[in-house]
Design a protein around this ligand. Sequence first.
Ligand code: CP3
Length: 369
Amino acid sequence: MDINRPPPAGAAPPGPRPAKTILRALAGETQPVPPIWMMRQAGRYLPEYRATRAQAGDFLSLCYNPDLAAEVTLQPIRRYGFDAAILFADILLVPQALGLDLWFVTGEGPLLSTATTPAEVAALKPTPAIHDTLSPIYETVRILRRELPAETTLIGFAGAPWTVATYMIAGRGTKDQGPARALLTADRATFAALIDRVTDATIEYLSAQIEAGAEVVKLFDSWAGSLRGPDFDDFAVAPAAKIIAALKARHPAVPVIAFPREAGPRYAGFARATGADCVALDNSVDATWAAQNVQRDGCVQGNLAPQHMVTGGQALVDETRRIVRAFSGGPHIFNLGHGITPDADPENVALMVRTVREAREGCEAGEGR
Ligand code: CP3
């Protein structure tokens, strides 16, 4: 067995070597070619996604239609042969399952009713009731486990409590998470109660995805970078640690990827502090620094800038090779540093996948060194 890094804290007990490339990386194995998938790989840059979304009517109807949600999950696998599929859903389904109203307005992003007072937080639905809303998502997972190729890993996901709470407090996406940070300062008890409710719902939601067949789960903390100092410990690290501990108690063999986006220096030690098996890096992080300071604790995922999917060319090839090389000494899953954007060219995605998979031949030929 070629496991050349100590397993991260909370990693699955030693067992037979997993067959799938992503699961091998998550078990701590260094591979000559890193497995690859892409954040938002099912999305508007793909014409076949736009067609299925039109068939569903709107984005939320697509999320709650298991056959069509499974179809859009499979589209990028058919086109590119990624090593993992990510369940098609959204992090804001959890607030909706807790009783908030949710709309997606074209050109404006999500809009929600809010929970910012003690009474509004207390009025959220009890945790077990989330399954009434979310059961179609579990059906999507079951369909995918039947239909995915044998070598493709299925990743489930949820938003991390802080990121989800920023939307529940502001009622929309915000540039600086100002409303959520203001509530945190003005009424820390209500804020913490909201975080606790989302944390508990997230544990049950991810457990149900795993029971339906998700092989890995990812926790998206897209706005972690706006938490500072002790607030980062209390509201990015602690909820992730609680969720991961609960999942590991129930499903010890299922790896967890954490994505504390824009955590900067706080990426170092994040896996140890939370029990995550892998930390996903955004593209503001220097790969050489991350290889030394984050990958030393286990698998890392990332971190090509999504802009390369728009601009393509030799810069895409050079940067892809540089990232593969920087992380070649340890377990690595190649990915973008954030979601692919709707203006991306599908041909550039194909070029990225080819470049990653040819990286080994390039290294052996001494190219690009
Ligand atoms: O990655 C995938 O292919 C799986 C599906 C997925 C979606 N959203 C589908 C989606 C995942 C993993 C997410 C996560 C998500 N959703 C995050 C965390 C990751 C990140 O990007 O930082 C966040 C913050 C959201 C909330 C959200 N959903 C916003 C702010 C928006 C509007 C912005 C936009 O890109 O339009 C969405 C909509 C959304 N979620 C789309 C997709 C494919 C576009 C909807 C459409 O088809 O119009």
